[in-house]
Structures are given as C-alpha cells and as structure tokens.
Write a protein that binds this ligand. Structure first.
Ligand SMILES: [Zn+2]
Ligand SMILES: [Zn+2]
Length: 111
C-alpha cells in the first residue's frame, strides 16, 4: 500500500503477483484470514491497488495483461493496512526502494 512510484522493480512486481495470488486463493475458497488479521490485506482495495500497480508497470514499460475480474470492485470491506508502517518497513529493508523514496520525496509529498 505504498505509493507504487517509489517501489523498486522487485517490490512492484512482487506485490502485483501477490494480488493475483490472493485473488486466486480467495476464488479457490482458501482462507486469507491470517493476512487480514496481521494487517497485510485489504479485500476491498485489491481491485484499485491492482490498477495502481498495473498502471505503474505499464508506465515503466513492462507488459501487463492480467486484469482482475470486475467483481473485485464490489468486494466487501475487510482488513486494514497501516500505510505508514508499510512505508517504513519497505524503505527500512530495501535500499532500492529507499533510494527511490528519497529521490521522490524531493519533488513530491509522499504519504
Ligand atoms: Zn495484473
Ligand atoms: Zn524494493
């Protein structure tokens, strides 16, 4: 749930794959309760988040042809991610994301 523009290639592609994996798992009837309880998943934002990541992937010239089913726009509200905590964790453990964040923060106000 970090601004996709500050994410390094690996993290951008990684989170994008995770979304498809979550959707696949939920459709298959598998429980994602653990992720919701740990504050790692917002069911109601899967669609919009996927759109944001896909847009950034295309902007960087990567091919993207894995759209989410439109039914995810209507997903029930469930789960909550602390965006500030996510940002701190990401730039705390990834030098590339940290570098992008620093460069980005010079010109924009990143939340
Ligand atoms: Zn996709
Ligand atoms: Zn990174």
């Amino acid at each position: 749930m970090v601004d996709p523009r500050i994410m390094c290639r690996n993290h951008l592609l990684g989170e994008h794959s995770e979304i498809h994996l979550f959707v696949w798992n939920i459709d298959a009837g598998h429980s994602v309760r653990g992720y919701i309880d740990k504050g790692l998943l917002e069911i109601h934002n899967l669609y919009d988040r996927h759109e944001d990541l896909a847009r950034e992937l295309r902007r960087r010239g990567y091919r993207h042809n894995s759209e989410l089913d439109a039914k995810w726009k209507m997903a029930k509200k469930e789960g909550s991610i602390d965006r500030q905590k996510s940002l701190r964790a990401l730039i705390g453990r990834c030098a590339k994301c940290r570098e992008r964040y620093k460069r980005f923060a010079v010109t924009r106000n990143v939340v």
